[in-house]
Each structure stands twice: as structure tokens, then as C-alpha cells.
Design a protein. Sequence first.
Length: 227
Amino acid sequence: MMTAPLIDVKRVGKRYERGGRPFWAVKGATLTVSEGEFVTLLGRSGSGKSTLLNMVVGLLAPTEGTVTLCGQALAGMSDEAASALRNRAVGFVPQGAGVLSTLTVLDNVRLPAYLSAGVREEEGRALELLEAVGLKELANQYPSALSGGELRRVAIARALMNRPKVIVADEPTSSLDADNAAMVVDIFKKLARGGTGVLMVTHDTSSIEQSDRLFDMVGGVLSPHEA
């Protein structure tokens, strides 16, 4: 029996005003991501990828179209409910690290568990995740001591803390060298094999072979990738 997609985007668009004229950052995007599927969106900076991801996770309301995330329609959902859904079921890796400077690396990774009612993950899981991204030895450091690439890996470990149903990652390999970028993509691929849905946007074509499906985004328009 087929299950509903974890991400179901139907004819979604986002319109802004530029110089008094309408400008579509995203226009008519349709996309699904199912359990165990690794989907990659390719596109240059400014193509609308981040805008689309922000609508997928409920951080931005679309001008038109619908988004269903883990079986829940985002339209009309309160900010509080959308935030709870993201923390419970979605591992979101935004552009930029977004880590809290007042927390150690370890506590930044553990933060989603703190924010989840009834979730009390042991410290061991956070350390395992830091080890998986090659940062276990920095667990007790503060973000100011880390490089940009290391902060990206902290953000990825944090996104995995609550064992999410779906990973949504915006340029997760930016600021990483080739070896660490390959390691991150391999982590996502293994998660997909275990049933997690993965949606990643990037301008780096090195992950193409790992993806189950590829899309291109050009000028806000999403289309299947052509080899």
C-alpha cells in the first residue's frame, strides 16, 4: 500500500513587489518527496531554491498553491503549530549555521530535544551525531571557536537530533571541503535508505549520483533535471 508523500507541494508560488511591479521568486512549483527518497534541487544563487524550501517547512507562506508536510496542510496553521511540527518531524538545515553563540556545540545539537515535549534524549545521541560529522572532540567548545564549515556540520548534527521523518537541507555542503561534503551527502543517503525522506538544494553537482531524483530551478521555475 502506497503512503502519502512526506512533502507534497502543489503549484506553489511566491510573489513579491519590486519597484512597484510583481516579481515571482517561485512560480508554479510542484514536488513530492516520499519515505526513503533522496531528492536534490540544483540551481544557482538567486534561483528561488531557498524561497521554496522556506515554504516547504512553513517559514514562509506561499502566495498561491498548497504545501502538505508530513500529512499536515500548512495553510492556516499557526506559527506555534508549524514550529512544533518542524521540531518534531523535520530536520531543517537552513542557509547559514544558525547556532546559538551562548550554548556549547553539544548543547546546540541537543537543543531540538529540549524543545520537544516528552523527548529526553540522552547525551550519548548528541555525541554520536557529532562523531558522525567529525566534531566530537569539539563538543564542549562554543561556536566562536569553530570555522564556518564546522558550524555547518553542527547544524546538520542538530537537524538529526530528533530522528526526523524528513530532512530539508539548504546548501548543507557550502563552506565544506570535498571530503566533508561527501561525508554529509553520504549521511543523507544512508538516512534515505533507512526510510527518511531527504530534500536537499545545492548548486554543487557532485551529489547528483547519490540522488534518486533531480530537479533544476531557474528563475523561480522548477523542472525535472535533464542530463
